[in-house]
Ligand binder design. Sequence first.
Ligand SMILES: *Cc1c(COP(=O)(O)O)cnc(C)c1O
Length: 703
Amino acid sequence: MPRADAGCTLRAVAVAGTGTDVGKTVVTSALLRALRGLGVAAQAVKPVQTGVSAAGGVRDGGTGGMPRRGDAGTYASAVADMAGASSVPPAAALRTFALAASPHFAAAAEGVCLNAAGLAEDIRGHWARLSPPAELLLLETAGGLLAPLNARETMLDLMACLGAPVILVARNELGALNHALLSLAALRRRGLALAALALVEPPREVREASGPAILEENIRYLRERLRADWPGAVMCCLPHVETLGPEGWSLLAEQLLPLAHSLRGKPAPGFPDTSDDLEGRDHAALWHPYASATRLPPLETASRSHDNRIVLADGRELVDGMSSWWAAVHGYNHPRLLAALRAQSGRMPHVMFGGLTHAPAVTLGERLLAAMPAGLERLFFADSGSVAVEVALKMALQCQQGRGERRRTRFLAPRGGYHGDTLGAMSVCDPVTGMHSLFAGLLPEQLFMERPACRFDAPFAAASLEDARRILAERGDEVAAVILEPVVQGAGGMWFYHPDYLRGLAELCRRAGALLILDEIATGFGRTGRFFAAEWADVRPDILCCGKALTGGVLSLAATACTAAVAGDICRDGRVFMHGPTFMGNPLACAVAGASLDILEENRWQAQVEQLERLLARGLEPCRRFSDVADVRVLGAIGVVEMKAPVNGAALQRFFVERGVWIRPFGRLIYLMPPYITPAEDVARLCDAVFRALEADAWRLPV
Ligand SMILES: *Cc1c(COP(=O)(O)O)cnc(C)c1O
């Protein structure tokens, strides 16, 4: 198992316990001995050691206050007689605290706040600095799986950050089954891989008190469960050893040989496996958004995510600047979103919405209507943004039919808009970037007016409404509805226009008898600094679509809401609305969306978005100095650098990944829309990366 490259792809297994004092240190030390005996350059590491005095000893009530060695001392003593087996030092402790207590408490006593991402970085840094390099780290955690690191995170979060497979250690005594099964369930829920379950025999008094038959049954039962639920995990049973000298360690190491072999041979499940070549397999089988299947786009493999970070398969962490296309506003793996998902999945993942209803859908629908601009009273769940737009267009058509306005079959949209990739939605996208010529004949032909020319941050010029006024005067009786993105045109150009335009347009629609559809799929849920961007202009649309951030980026869900008047006209004379997706109102997605609204309702989004607006404005300002930059603009948590010429997206993606940030430019735009929870220093990193890309000319297309 040589280290494949000079990079720092961490190879580690975590040794975790079902509780404290179950024998983790003994298992770690004996496994270290077994591995080094097989010639594996392994090192045992204690990432957080509590109860260590300044002198390096450990305070332990059990030894009458006499300092004893930390766990690292035990690791070293387990291999002390094997000198020469490996030149890698056998043991290390990374963070030490004097108080013999849970890590969060011991750290707090010294004014330190631990966090999972920081500890994971410590471990990766330690691994990268080891010289000679190690082949495998055994990471012994502190306490049980849910031992707290801070008010929010536990040891489980640290293991999830590392993504390493886990060796779960349990003491074989009364209650062992319950403790082991609870811990296994917690590991499974976090998506962690199990390398082994190690059952440690207790001292003779405990054994006898528990009853030997019961302990035998524990082993049998857990072996069965492991075989059924965790194929590939190794079961190890360690005898109790009275005195731990070379002989005792040898005896224990022998029991762990099968595990040591499995760790040495093929990578244990959960190891980031570079031999997997996911990029190559992807290139052979899959398609990516707006990509060629023959001229292959550059790809990175994402293996995990947390907070505002995307973790690549080789362990590199990227600061996310995209919120996964507007969606992940609370960052990734938000515990409350995941908890809602799990709770609902245990109750009812999905049922058809025809003839059935359920609390997640009803509650979410009520809450969304209450949060939307006044007048919207009926809501239709769709499974993606594009479908929500199709639903809106069909609603408008059926509404006009219900009113007897059969000539009104067209839609009017501004240039520079984006509404999705299905046929109806595409027909109202910008006719140039929406590639209407490519699908001519298939797409319904719609009417287009000039892009709202008035900047958000400039005085409103009434002339910008002239084109809309002219078209509605000439052909207004053909128009079923006007559709546009309020205030921010997203994928069509990241353009911010004046709210007065929207107000004026709403009035023109009303006079022309055309409905007003607002596509809030990108702008909804706070991104522009208002909960819905329509609030900037205080307009009341007839129909409104939302999606993207609706589930906080966890699942696909969208919704289309309309007024009671629109609903009434659609359903005149016993008619029904003709749409019904199979996964309509999916309970999992609705439950997660409910949890996302809970987080938003606590109303920190406003402060977060205001802060992001300030930081993005400050951070992107220096980009103005480059002569190739056409414009720098910021609204809410959206920051845009518009170039005078198209950028080299592939080259920029590589440039940004090398600098540890995830930013995906398109067209002439390099833009940022980070998760609302992004810390100030990460916003600075994102902005700095954009500046450096311009400085290094990394954006230029080869001529
Ligand atoms: C993304 C987007 C859509 C399409 O949503 P999907 O979920 O990708 O189908 C529609 N309208 C706007 C404004 C969008 O930004």
